[in-house]
Design a protein around this ligand. Structure first.
Ligand SMILES: Nc1nc2c(ncn2[C@@H]2O[C@H](COP(=O)(O)OP(=O)(O)OP(=O)(O)O)[C@@H](O)[C@H]2O)c(=O)[nH]1
Ligand SMILES: [Mg+2]
Length: 458
């Protein structure tokens, strides 16, 4: 998403840093590149113009000179983009033991149902007692879809396939829902914000009294998000927006900046179809990521979302007792797979921006993980529990390789990674052994992120 904007910004910073004189011609070029990229990302042309003027004006300020001027301009460029996106991070407040209700609204296909499950899963993983209720009575398959998602992510889901009045459905489950810290309400979409939809929303709002009404908008509509957000704001009390499909469009800049203009804060962004493809929206770290500086906070949050607390706790206990075996290792790498593709992870690690690691290598990583999984599946219980015997009895390696369609060198690597993880997880290891072509563990990843994160500036 928004790669063009990121590279234009980076180019702008590099040009400022590399210029001997910041003359008006250099500035003009930088501003032009930036404006082109902003327009490509579908940012409102008036805003694009304003930014250009502001940068040019500051650049012509004769009072600031030399290095100071470079720093000044870099900061202005950064701050201008930041204010386009909205300065702070906005959060939904949920308290354990007290019910919070979040109702999602939006037009057809904007991603309400998917987002209902993403949001529920996000808070469920953070220890809140979470449930979902389906109030889309218009689309016949709607409750089925929500139930499927509920099953997939192990979330209690309330639906009624025959009732045609959403308020009745809500009343039917009202009592049961009181037991949850958080209830996410999925509602029906429409082609447009027509009278019928407004009436339905108003009635639901009156009955349910949600703590947050959130509009779900897909990023592909770009700047048009502005009209949509302000129309919905007029019709009901929208607290903020969730923007979906950030992954599938270059226009996301338009949607993000447009929402900022309407003062409807963006709470979350959706970056794919799965529950983990979901992040809080923090303008500051979003820019850092655009610039390839990495997004430490986003990464750690993602790691947290993907980890199954219970199984990690078990793995940790087993480690402490010294019985961490290959089955545990397999579980750990499976969870890593949950975090997302390696390319996505790398984008988030400060200093390990995508540009520095060849795409093939990242692809290989995912391949390798699959191979590791197959190899472990071909091992005997004895080998799983005591992988070190594989090093002593090499005939075992050939047997496993044959049985799993891998090579003996794959298995040796697997054992090496397993030992590294064991070492890391027990706090003995250091980063010097880290080699991206050999795979990376969660723990290493967190350490890496922390290490490189310190170098992050702004
Ligand atoms: N790539 C991508 N696809 C998404 C994202 N969010 C949702 N989708 C997909 O978009 C499609 C529509 O999503 P739904 O959640 O069914 O949308 P909805 O608003 O509930 O649709 P209606 O109930 O018909 O109004 C589905 O195929 C989702 O998988 C996202 O962040 N990225
Ligand atoms: Mg739906």
């Amino acid at each position: 998403m928004l790669e063009n904007l990121g590279s234009a910004l980076k180019k702008g910073f590099d040009k400022i840093a590399g210029a001997i004189f910041l003359d008006s011609k250099t500035i003009e070029l930088i501003v032009k590149d930036l404006q082109r990229a902003l327009i490509q990302a579908d940012v409102n042309i008036m805003l694009v113009k304003e930014i250009g003027e502001k940068i040019k004006k500051e650049a012509s300020n004769e009072k600031i000179k030399g290095i100071e001027k470079k720093e000044h301009l870099t900061k202005i460029l950064h701050d201008e983009i930041l204010s386009l996106l909205g300065k702070e991070k906005h959060e939904i407040k949920i308290t354990k033991g007290k019910q919070t209700k979040i109702m999602l609204l939006g037009l057809y296909g904007s991603g309400k149902t998917t987002t209902t499950s993403k949001l529920a899963s996000y808070y469920f993983k953070r220890g809140f007692k979470t449930s979902m209720i389906g109030l889309d009575v218009h689309r016949p398959a709607a409750s089925e879809q929500l139930e499927q998602l509920g099953k997939q992510y192990k979330l209690p889901t309330f639906t009624n396939k025959t009732e045609k009045n959403p308020i009745k459905i809500y009343k039917e489950f009202k009592k049961e829902l009181e037991e949850y810290d958080l209830v996410i309400i999925d509602t029906a979409g429409r082609h447009s914000l027509d009278k019928e939809l407004i009436t339905e929303i108003k009635n639901l709002e009156k009955e349910i009294k949600p703590d947050y009404v959130i509009l779900v908008i897909q990023a592909d509509i770009g700047q048009a998000a502005k009209n949509q957000a302000s129309e919905f704001q007029k019709a009901c009390n929208i607290r903020g927006v969730i923007i979906t499909r950030m992954d599938s469009t270059a226009k996301a800049g338009g949607a993000l900046t447009a929402c900022n203009e309407t003062k409807a804060p963006v709470f979350f962004i959706g970056t794919g179809e799965k529950a983990n493809d979901f992040e809080t929206f923090n303008p500051q770290s979003f820019i850092s990521r655009l610039l390839g500086l990495g997004d430490l906070e986003g990464l750690l949050e993602k790691v947290e979302s993907a980890i199954d607390k219970e199984s990690s706790k078990n793995a940790k206990q087993r480690l402490e007792k010294g019985d961490f075996n290959l089955r545990d290792f397999q579980e750990q790498i499976k969870q890593m797979g949950n975090i997302g593709s390696f390319s996505k992870i790398m984008e988030m690690i400060p200093g390990l921006g995508k540009a520095k690691i060849p795409e093939e290598m990242l692809g290989n990583q995912e391949e390798k993980i699959k191979k590791f999984q197959h190899a472990i599946d071909s091992m005997t219980q004895e080998e799983i529990e005591d992988p070190e015997i594989l090093e002593k009895q090499t005939q075992r390696l050939s047997r496993i390789a044959k049985g799993s369609g891998t090579t003996t060198s794959d298995i040796r690597q697997l054992i090496k990674q397993y030992k590294l993880l064991k070492e890391f997880a027990s706090g003995q290891g250091d980063l010097e052994n880290f080699d991206p072509s050999q795979g990376i563990s969660q723990k290493q990843m967190q350490k890496l992120a922390k290490k490189f994160g310190k170098k992050m500036k702004f």
